[in-house]
Design a protein around this ligand. Structure first.
Ligand SMILES: [Zn+2]
Length: 290
């Protein structure tokens, strides 16, 4: 059994998910703050995040980002508009887990001095060849100079990081006083995750930690962040999401999928404090000024 990185309590075994992947996933849960972790993880991130992962060929990978960039840009630009209301460009922008750097490129066009950080040699090399300022490395103290970032984004990345404490220490060091962090991950306090239990689709071999509004707030406060704001499901409107989803569509009848997407988006607004109807969340927090 492992110790919870958010609060130090020993975690109890919760699920063994045996039927969905090549090897069973053993999930543990902290009884104190609800943080869950993948106890069966044993992988080298460099092996996991190679070409197969990014091109949709690995067992549990994403689709090839590069094929859908023009659709994804709708969401990236909508997000940048919201971020700009908190920290306006020009400012130092770092996208952690940037993959090929599509979001970094948009942030640069939006007026930020944009850089990206990723563990994947394969993805970073591809982005650099397109002229982007991408750094290969892990989010841990010393990866970049202290106080060199005004906006740090981590979109569906935190759950992949093997050492949450090192990641939060690095965020504290990197982000200037008054700077902004933007974190998107699933909320395991959401009714969606709680009802689905071990069949929840977010349990994946590459997802090492599972957060919630409660324990994410604990971690952010512990590492020098405040003015924490949660958006459910996301900080931008439905239209950008619908436009992005067209990247998956192959035929006219696929537009029918807009209805469940819209329904999910609206239901996600049923959220108050740590209650949430769905499990989508985006968190904005500011670095303390002392
Ligand atoms: Zn805990």
């Amino acid at each position: 059994m492992n110790t919870c990185p958010a609060c130090g309590t020993v975690a109890d075994q919760r699920y063994t998910i045996a039927d969905r992947f090549q090897s069973p996933l053993v999930i543990e849960r902290c009884a104190s703050c609800g943080m869950e972790l993948l106890a069966s993880a044993e992988q080298n991130p460099n092996e996991l995040y190679g070409e197969d992962y990014y091109t949709g060929r690995a067992e549990y990978s994403y689709r090839d980002e590069r094929e859908r960039v023009r659709f994804d840009r709708h969401v990236w630009n909508a997000r940048l508009k919201e971020i700009g209301r908190f920290v306006a460009p020009p400012a130092d922008f770092l996208d952690v887990g940037c993959a090929f750097g599509g979001f970094v490129e948009c942030a640069g066009e939006f007026g930020y001095k944009a850089r990206g950080l990723d563990v994947s040699e394969f993805a970073v090399r591809d982005g650099r060849a397109r002229g982007l300022d991408l750094i290969r490395g892990e989010l841990k103290p010393g990866v970049l100079p202290d106080s060199s970032v005004d906006v740090l984004t981590m979109i569906e990345v935190l759950e992949h990081l093997p050492d949450p404490v090192a990641a939060f220490q690095a965020m504290r060091d990197l982000v200037r006083p008054g700077g902004l962090v933007v974190i998107q991950t699933a909320n395991f306090l959401g009714r969606q995750a709680r009802r689905a239990g071990e069949s929840y689709h977010y349990y994946l071999p590459g997802h090492l930690y599972y957060y919630s509004t409660h324990n994410l707030r604990l971690l952010l406060e512990r590492f020098g962040f405040s003015r924490i704001k949660f958006f459910r499901p996301v900080e931008f409107g439905l239209l950008a999401k619908l436009k992005k989803s067209r990247g998956d569509f192959r035929k006219l009848s696929d537009y029918r999928r807009w209805w469940p997407t819209a329904r999910y988006h609206w239901l996600s607004h049923l959220a108050w404090r740590d209650f949430a109807y769905t499990s989508s969340m985006v968190c904005y927090a500011r670095r303390n000024r002392y």
